[in-house]
Design a protein around this ligand. Sequence first.
Ligand code: ADP
Ligand code: MG
Length: 582
Amino acid sequence: MSESRRRSPVGQLYAVYSPHRKDILRGLFFLFFQNSYVWLSPIFIARLIDLPESDPQTRMARFLVWGCLMLGLILLNFPASCLRSRYMSRLARGISRDLRVGLAQQLQQLTLLYHSKHSVGRLQSKAIRDIEILEALPGQFVAVLFNTAVAVLVAIAAIAVRAPKGLIFFAVLVPVSVALRRYFHKRMQVTTQQYRHSFETMNAGISDMITMMPVTRAHALEGFELNRVTDRIQDVFRKGRRFDWLMNLFGTSSWVLLTFFQASFLLGAVYFCFLGRISVGDVLMFNAFFASISGSVLNLLNVMPMLAKARESLCSINEILHAPDREENHGKPAVSEVSGNLLYDGVTYSYPEGDRPAVDNMYLDIKSGESIAFVGPSGCGKSSMLALALGYIRPQSGRMLLDGADMGKLDLRSYRKHVGVVAQDVVFFSGTVLYNVAYGTNGIPREKIADAIKLANAWEFVEKLPDGMETKLGEGGVELSGGQRQRLAIARALLRDPKVLILDEATSALDVESEMLVQDALDRIMRDRTTIVVSHRLSTVRHCDRIIVLDEGRIVQEGTHDDLMETRNFYSRIIRATSVAA
Ligand code: ADP
Ligand code: MG
C-alpha cells in the first residue's frame, strides 16, 4: 500500500499543496501588503483624531506623515493585489491541472475490470467537483485564515502598546470561543455527514429511477417508484432543515459572543477615557480593531467547513489515484511483430468476487491464422477467455503465451496494436465517420479508408449519409442502426490489418438482413489472421476451423461444425434451436 494512504488527512492535503508552497508563500506575502491599509487604518484614524490635542509645532508634520502613509498604502493595494492574484492563481490552477492530468493518466492505466466496476458518473464527479474544491481551498480558506491571524496579531500588538490591561479581554475571549467551537464542532460534523449521505442516496435513487424507466413502465410500477423516490427527497428535506438550524445556531451564537465582547470592550475603553487614561482616538482604534477581528473570525467560521470538504474530496480522488488495479507495462519489452499464435498454458482465473474460477486450468493452443469459436451457455467463461487473450485480465496460475513469449512479461500496449476487436456494443467518439474509422492510425490516405469501408459492406450506407465520410457521429451526430455500427467497427478493425482479430458477440444483436451483410464482411476480414469468435449464431461460427464448447470455465468438447453436429450435445442443441428461430 502506498505511503500516502497511511498519512493523516491534513498530511495528505499538505502533500498536494507542498510542491506549490513557494507560490502559497509569495501569494500570502503580497496579500499582506494588499490588506495592509485595512489592518492599519484603525491606527491612522486614532492618530489623526488625536492630532488636535498634540503639540501645535509638530502637528502639521505628523499630519502629513500619517496622511501620506495612509494614501500610499491605499495605492499599494493595486500592485500587491495583482501580484497576489498572479501567484495564488498559478497555485490554484496548477493544482487542478496536476490533479486532472494525474487522474487522466491513472484512468488510462487502470484495468478494464476496474472501469467496468466504477460508473462513469462517479469518476466524472471526482474529476470535476472534487478537484474544484481543492482548487478553491488556497484562495478561500488559506487566505481567510491568514487574514484572521494577521488581524488578531495587529490588534493584540496595538492594544499591548497603548493599553496592556486590555489584553485581559483576549484572555477571556479566546477560551470562550474555543469552548463554543468545541460544542458545535462534533454536532455539525454529524449533521453535515447525515445530510450529505441523504443527498447522495437521493441522487442515486433519482438516477436509478431514470435508467429503470422502461422496466417500471412495463410493470406499471410508476406509483411504487415515485413513493420510493419521494421518501428519499423527504429525507433530504428533513436533514437539510436540521443542518440549516444548527448552522444558524452556530452563526448567531458566534455573532452574539463576539459582538458582546466588542461592545463590552468599547464600554470599558470609554470608561477609561472618562478617567483620562486613554485618548478618544484610542477608543476608536480599539473599537475598529475589535470589529475587524470579529469580522474575520466570522469569515473564518464560514469557510471552516471547506477544510472538511477538501479533505473528503482528496480522499475521494486518492481512491482512484491509489487504486491497485493498474496494468503495468512500463519497462517491459515491446512486441514489434506478431504472428498470432496464442497458447493458454494451464490458465486459471477467478474474479475477485467469484466463488468458482471463470476459467479453470485451461490448455488451448491457437495456431497463427486459425479461426476459433467459443460457444457455451451464458457464464461459461467465453468473455473471460477473450479478456485473457487481450491481456485485460491475467492468469492467477498458468501462463498466456503469445508466439511463445509470456504475455505477463510483454508491453501489452504494443501487442494490442496488432489486435482488432469488434464487440457487441460499438461506441463512437464524437467526430466524423472518417475520424472514427481511422481512429488512432496515422497518415492513412482517404482512399484506403474508403476501401476499408467498402470491404466492410458499409459503403452503401456511408455514401448516403448527409456528408458521406465527413458526417458526424456520436453526441449530436447521426444515429446509426446496430448493423451499420457493426460494419463501421469492422472497417475500423480492417484498416489496422490486425494479426489477431477478436469478435465478441459481434453479430448477436443484428436482424437477419444486416447479419448477412456483417457476416459477409466478417468472412472477408477473418482470412489470414488468427480469429477468436464468441457467438451463438450458426452463420458466424460454422466456418471456423475449430469450435470450442465451454462449460464452467472448461473445455467440454471441440471440433469442426460437422464433427460437433454428429453428437447430441450443447452445441448441436443451441445450433438447432437458433436455426429454427432464424
Ligand atoms: P460468458 O461470456 O460465457 O457469459 P463470462 O466470461 O462473462 O462468461 O463469465 C464467466 C464467469 O465469471 C461467470 O460466472 C460470471 O458470473 C463471472 N464474471 C464475469 N465477469 C465478472 C466480473 N467482472 N466480476 C465478477 N465475476 C465475473
Ligand atoms: Mg460474455
